[in-house]
Design a protein. Structure first.
Ligand SMILES: [Zn+2]
Length: 71
């Protein structure tokens, strides 16, 4: 009985960790300072490694030095 409870706990714990990880990767924040290299509107959103423009829907990836590269 104890063992079964332990397994259930581990299951929900794993699900929680995966949920948090997915949120961190997909969470976009307003870039705010850099205009979109494609349409020049200040409408970029960024997360840890990527950016996307809400105006023209172009997506970018951050490369060395924080420069934006078209995807
Ligand atoms: Zn744009």
């Amino acid at each position: 009985m104890e063992q079964q409870q332990d397994l259930e706990y581990r299951g929900s714990h794993d699900a929680m960790i995966h949920g948090l990880a997915r949120t961190a990767i997909e969470e976009y924040i307003e870039e705010g300072e850099t205009p979109c290299p494609n349409c020049n509107n200040p409408t970029l959103l960024r997360n840890e490694s990527n950016a996307k423009c809400t105006e023209c829907a172009q997506e970018f990836v951050y490369v060395d030095g924080g420069a934006l590269r078209f995807l």
